[in-house]
Structure formats: C-alpha cells, structure tokens
Design a protein around this ligand. Structure first.
Ligand SMILES: NC(=O)c1ccc[n+]([C@@H]2O[C@H](COP(=O)([O-])OP(=O)(O)OC[C@H]3O[C@@H](n4cnc5c(N)ncnc54)[C@H](O)[C@@H]3O)[C@@H](O)[C@H]2O)c1
Length: 260
C-alpha cells in the first residue's frame, strides 16, 4: 500500500506521550494514531486519559522525579523502549517576576524540567541500547525570548539544552532529539487566565502574524513529523510552531511603522 510506505507514516511504531490528557496531548494522541502508531498515554491521573485511543497508560506526578522514574522503569520492563517519546506535560502559574519566590521557582523547574529529565532519561538509555529512538520535547516560545512566566521559561529553555545534549551525545547510538516551541494555544492551560479576563484573547491576537493562535493539532503534526522517518536526518533542532510570533514584532510594525 502506498500509504504504509510513506516516510511520514508511523505504522508499527510505538510512542509514549506525557500530558496525554491535556489540550495538546489529546491532539498528539489523535495525530499519532492517525499516522498508524500505537500510543501509550501518561498523565497524573487515570481520569485524565479517559476516552483516548490508547494501547496503555502510565501514571505519575512529574513533579516527583523518583516516582516518575519508577513509573517509567515499570513501563520499560513491561513494553520495552518506545520508538518515540513526546515529552509534553507542563504547567505554569507564576506569570511575572513579581509572582516568583524560591518555592514557586523550584516547583515550576521540577515539573517542567527535572520531571521531563526523570521521565526521558531511562528511555534515552533504553533507546541507545537498542540503537534507535526519537524524542520530541514540547517546549515553548518562552524558551526563545521573554513572554512572561520566568521560571517556566527557564525550564523550557533548559529542555532545549537537554535535547541538544541527547542529540550530540546519543546520536551515535541512533537516538534523535528535537524541540517544538508552540506559541499561544487555546487549551485548558488558558482557562485560569480567561476566567480572570474573558476578553484576553483580543489582546493576544495582534501579536500573531497569522492573525490567530496555533491549534493543538498543528503542534501535534510537527511532533509526528519529528518522530517519523521523514525527519531521519534531523536532530538537535528547535522548531517554533507559533503562527509567526518569533519571526519578529508585528505590534511594533503595526503601531510604530504603519501607524495603526
Ligand atoms: N497552551 C499554550 O499556550 C502552550 C504554549 C506553549 C507551550 N505549551 C506547552 O504545551 C504542553 C501541553 O500544554 P497544554 O496547553 O496542552 O496544557 P494542558 O494544561 O491542557 O495540559 C497539560 C498536561 O500536562 C499534565 N501535567 C501537568 N502537570 C503535571 C504533573 N505534575 N505530572 C504529570 N502530568 C502533569 C496535565 O495533567 C495535562 O495533561 C505543555 O508542556 C505546555 O507548557 C502550551
């Protein structure tokens, strides 16, 4: 069948997706299933994963590195190394420097960076032993320039450094690692902001050259690409999926140069 010979397909491949029950996570599950992959979903609670088309589930709180590592070890004992991992779980509440203290800083670093390391490190080792594997880290435009959420941003920038370390040090064992940096995506992660200010999205859109926010499926499709053989020569890269946000400063062009 022409379909199965496409390098963009993932038939017969397995993928583990963290934060699978979230807004982007649900689209990741759907996109990897549509590409033919068998999908294992990870999240904090089983209830988050209800209704998803999964081959299995892995439960852990990514803020707890030891518990995360233990859950991944059990998963690896039962199923072996997946062909791909999407490290997608993430969380932030501290919007600006004024909302930070040592505890908040430690907590946002623990969930977004240390937990992602604890989850992927045993898998990287198993992939390297097998001689193949692909990791995709869902970072953020916050890793590339300051758009708020400083502790989260530091963690997301840390994921870029970690992915490059895997790319360079494990490339010889056939392991690839790439990073996706989404711009604003309307998911449950925005619920608390919209509850505080229902018109907030009106302030977001003028910053986006495509005139809209990114859709969860657009992030997911980029992850499928990185996991596929179509990206077999690509490792250590950082791909914004951001409707043009990081290409420049549209508000500056509109307000200063076009006089809008
Ligand atoms: N939505 C956006 O605007 C946006 C922009 C850039 C990057 N991102 C990133 O995309 C990824 C997915 O975010 P989303 O928008 O789908 O958010 P979401 O809140 O809908 O989903 C986040 C997922 O991560 C899981 N998670 C959170 N804390 C966890 C913990 N301690 N242990 C285990 N799982 C935990 C949640 O249960 C949920 O399934 C995150 O890494 C986020 O930082 C989102």
């Amino acid at each position: 069948m022409a379909e199965t010979s496409s390098p963009f397909r993932l038939d017969g491949k397995t993928v583990l997706i963290s934060g699978a029950g979230g807004g982007i996570g649900r689209s990741l599950v759907a996109a990897f299933r549509a590409a033919g992959a068998s999908v294992f979903g990870a999240d904090r609670e089983a209830s988050m994963l209800e209704g998803l088309d999964l081959a299995g589930t892995v439960l852990f709180d990514q803020a707890d590195a030891k518990g995360t590592r233990a859950a991944i070890r059990s998963y690896l004992d039962a199923h072996g190394a997946p062909d791909a991992v999407v490290s997608n779980a993430g969380f932030t509440r501290a919007e600006t420097l004024d909302q930070l203290d040592d505890d908040v800083w430690a907590s946002e670093l623990a969930i977004n960076l240390s937990g992602a390391y604890a989850m992927t490190d045993p898998i990287v080792a198993a992939m390297a032993a097998r001689g193949s594997g692909s990791l995709i880290f869902i970072s953020s435009v916050n890793a590339l320039a300051h758009y708020g959420n400083p502790a989260y941003a530091a963690a997301k920038a840390g994921l870029v450094a970690y992915a490059k370390a895997i790319a360079v040090e494990r490339g010889g064992q056939g392991v690839r690692a790439n990073v996706i940096c989404p711009g604003s995506v309307r998911t449950p992660a925005w619920d608390h902001r919209l509850a505080a200010d229902p018109s907030l999205l009106d302030n977001v859109l003028p910053h986006y050259p495509l005139g809209r926010m990114v859709l969860p499926i657009e992030v997911a499709n980029a992850a499928v690409f990185f996991a596929s053989d179509a990206a077999s020569g690509i490792t250590g890269t950082v791909l914004p999926v951001d409707a043009g946000l990081t290409a420049g400063n549209l508000v500056f062009v509109d307000e200063v140069l076009r006089g809008k």
